[in-house]
Design a protein around this ligand. Structure first.
Ligand SMILES: *Cc1c(COP(=O)(O)O)cnc(C)c1O
Length: 388
């Protein structure tokens, strides 16, 4: 059976050119980038080229890029690192109720350590109101963290406006841009961010590598101590193959992003419109326009998202109920609840995230397979029987 992968927000396939670019660094070019002889220097120069590539994609300078083990570490380093470096100034952090767990759980950790966190709500389409950010600021606020694009519903936040507010108040501004980098334009100057997280495996790079942008002059405490790599911000021998893969993924994104976004937006809108049309009692979650080009998130009344995912899997279609990290728990998504969805509807949601190699026939196949699955599940549903 042909497999159709529609869970690119969870992870993307590694681009063959990325894998090819990494191979020498898993083989002959094995030196420690800190070593001064030839093997080390070859690795170092490739590493610094990747750093320049990453910086170039987001309008940063090379020395503002810290390589990490991925998006989660970049988010932890940003929040904990800024919190501890600024704790003499205050203990208040502002974030949102719809962040990825890498932010939410880190914020909870900081709460246990004496920091206070405000989790801003969002409107019915998942947008943060910049005025809410302004109102939440106190003279103890040391950090604002708002994600650029949501991993579950795809909503893209008005970051530049929030960045302006943070700048005016002299407060550090971080964004988890893991879902945005490589997919939509990200420019640190335009967005007004001081820190920004990215992860390679969300845009056709390898897993286990990412980066944190840290604006020059922004104070940050390290999480890892040791050999002083990454300008003392992140000790540990660099993941050379991974970082080279990240650099290559960045280059490919530069070349392909605009064209890909156009193509995905067309496929996305077709999948949304036709699904809503063919299946009654279904509705789109997230913003219809301010939305990642590849994200489709739809709630179906009277069915469970898990049952939909399992039934689609039997047909070779890989989709998700929300974030991969929470799919093993029975709690409905915190993001959908923050939108104001009642629990049954939050439970009945399905996410398709399209990618570079998604085709029109893939979408046809979903539209052919999904309506009968929903109809069959509804026919058996106690949720439906108890309705009257
Ligand atoms: C995937 C993801 C992360 C975590 O990145 P990893 O590299 O998997 O650790 C963080 N934030 C968002 C929005 C994500 O989608």
């Amino acid at each position: 059976m042909k497999r159709i992968y529609l869970d690119h927000a969870a992870t993307t396939p590694t681009h063959p050119e990325v894998a090819r670019a990494m191979l020498p660094y898993l083989g002959d070019v094995f030196g420690n980038p800190s070593a001064i002889y030839c093997y080390g220097q070859e690795a170092r120069s490739a590493l610094e080229q990747a750093r320049a590539q990453v910086a170039g994609l987001i309008g940063a300078r090379s020395e503002e890029i810290i390589f990490t083990s991925g998006g989660t570490e970049a988010d932890n380093l940003a929040l904990i690192g800024v919190a501890y470096a600024h704790k003499n100034r205050g203990n208040h952090i502002i974030t949102t109720a719809i962040e990825h767990h890498a932010i939410i759980e880190t914020a909870k950790f900081l709460e246990k350590r004496g920091f206070e966190v405000t989790y801003l709500g969002v409107d019915g389409q998942g947008l943060v109101d910049p005025d809410d950010v302004r109102r939440a600021i106190t003279d103890r606020t040391i950090l604002i963290s708002v994600m650029q694009a949501n991993n579950e519903i795809g909503t893209i936040q008005p970051l530049a406006e929030i960045g302006g507010i943070a700048r005016e108040a002299g407060i550090c501004f971080h964004s988890d841009a893991v879902q945005a980098v490589g997919h939509i334009p990200v420019d640190v100057a335009e967005l007004g961010v001081d820190l920004l997280s990215m992860s390679a495996h969300k845009f056709y790079g390898p897993k286990g590598v990412g980066a944190l942008y840290l604006r020059k002059g922004t104070r940050l405490e390290a999480l890892m101590y040791g050999g002083g790599q990454e300008r003392n911000r992140r000790s540990g021998t660099e993941n050379t193959p991974g970082i080279i893969g990240l650099g290559r993924a960045v280059e490919l994104a530069r070349q392909e992003m605009a064209q890909e976004a156009g193509q995905l937006t067309r496929l996305r809108d077709r999948l949304i419109q036709d699904t809503l049309q063919r299946i009654s009692h279904s509705r789109l979650n997230g913003h219809p326009k301010k939305r990642l080009p590849n994200n489709v998130n739809i709630s179906f009344d009277f069915v469970e998202g898990e049952s939909l995912v399992l039934n689609l899997d039997l047909k070779g279609i890989c989709a998700s109920t929300g974030s991969a990290c929470s799919s093993s728990s029975l709690e409905p998504s915190h993001v959908l609840l923050a939108l104001g969805l009642p629990r049954p509807q939050a439970h009945g949601s399905l996410r398709f995230t399209l990618g570079k190699w998604t085709t029109e026939p893939d979408i046809d196949r979903v539209l052919e397979v999904l309506p009968p699955i929903v109809a069959r599940l509804r026919a058996m549903s106690p949720l439906l029987k108890n309705r009257s």
